[in-house]
Design a protein around this ligand. Structure first.
Ligand SMILES: [Zn+2]
Length: 312
């Protein structure tokens, strides 16, 4: 199965073994994360895959590993991805939102973290965890016709990106993303992961995929890399933006009775992981683990709607 890899000048039996003994966490399984996960799986790397969202029809366009049938079922991305990836390697899934509360439990014992998320908040959380644990991670972002990939090991993501305001960032929903760009960007990050795990030298440069550039970016010291403050890791955010048009996730303190949805609107999807209903023209999805994803104008509106609709 791996003869093409073993025949390479820079890789061989030894590197194959190392890869197959490694475990990588892939966080976010959309247009970039699904590409990274598939490539690592085909190398035989064990995977921990984490995604909080469910499949929608646009995922058939963005990702090779999902089928239209899975999207119609509204399967969680992590579970749908496992169906495909477990043909090649061991896969552990988490249908959860990465948070300060669960990050340690989920990411302990992995050799590398790869970012396939679509949002800055999760990346800043991963960055702080990596700083604290001394664990490398690979940043991946693709939007419109631009893609970025960078390994963070000694350098600090926070130094470079803390000045960026998440609210001002375009999302893949508003700007779209060309699947060839997200695919190439995912491949770039997967290649970095393979090199790093195989013990080869991997530069910490920001690769700009569509331009073929590799930029030297300096991290010049901030509270996070000096370990003076880890605000995301120590904080708790109840509501976060999800990639999607005005789509928000609200973490509930208690479990929600998904049966309530049936009385309030029409059930669109119902499986062992989630229940989704249309209530007053708005889609509301309640997950087993006590999260709600819904459309709203902003965070405050999302929280108000959840309390109004679910009576919490
Ligand atoms: Zn820093």
């Amino acid at each position: 199965m791996y003869s093409r890899f073993e025949a390479l000048q820079n890789y061989g039996e030894e590197e194959k073994k190392v890869l197959q003994q490694s475990t990588v966490a892939v966080i976010g399984l959309g247009a970039t994360g699904s590409v990274i996960a598939e490539n690592l799986a085909r190398h035989g790397v064990d995977l921990k895959i984490i995604d909080r969202d469910y499949l929608e029809s646009n995922d058939v366009y963005s990702s090779n590993i999902y089928t239209p049938e899975q999207c119609e079922e509204s399967l969680p991305k992590a579970e749908a991805a496992r169906e495909y990836l477990s043909r090649f390697t061991d896969v552990e899934t988490r249908v959860e939102s990465l948070s300060p509360d669960n990050i340690e439990g989920i990411l302990q014992d992995v050799d590398l973290i790869v970012d396939g998320t679509d949002n800055l908040e999760t990346r800043l959380l991963i960055s702080e965890f990596s700083q604290k644990e001394g664990l490398p991670w690979i940043y991946t972002a693709a939007i419109a016709e631009q893609g970025y990939s960078m390994l963070f090991d000694k350098k600090c993501f926070n130094c470079i990106f803390e000045k960026v305001s998440p609210g001002k960032l375009e999302t893949c929903e508003t700007a779209g993303v060309l699947r060839e760009i997200s695919g190439q960007t995912g491949l770039k990050s997967a290649e970095k992961a393979v090199k790093l795990l195989a013990g080869m030298e991997t530069e910490e440069k920001l690769d700009v995929v569509h331009k073929g550039e590799s930029l030297d970016v300096e991290s010049d010291g901030c509270k996070v890399c000096h370990q003076e403050s880890l605000p995301r890791l120590n904080g708790q955010s109840k509501t976060t933006a999800v990639c999607g048009e005005n789509k928000y996730q609200v973490h509930l303190d208690s479990e929600t009775d998904a049966g309530k949805l049936e009385k309030l609107g029409d059930i669109i999807a119902d499986n062992e992981y989630l229940t989704r209903a249309e209530i007053d023209g708005r889609e509301v999805t309640v997950f087993e683990d006590g999260r709600v994803i819904l459309n709203a104008r902003d965070r405050g509106h999302a929280e108000a709607l959840v309390s109004e609709i679910l009576g919490l």
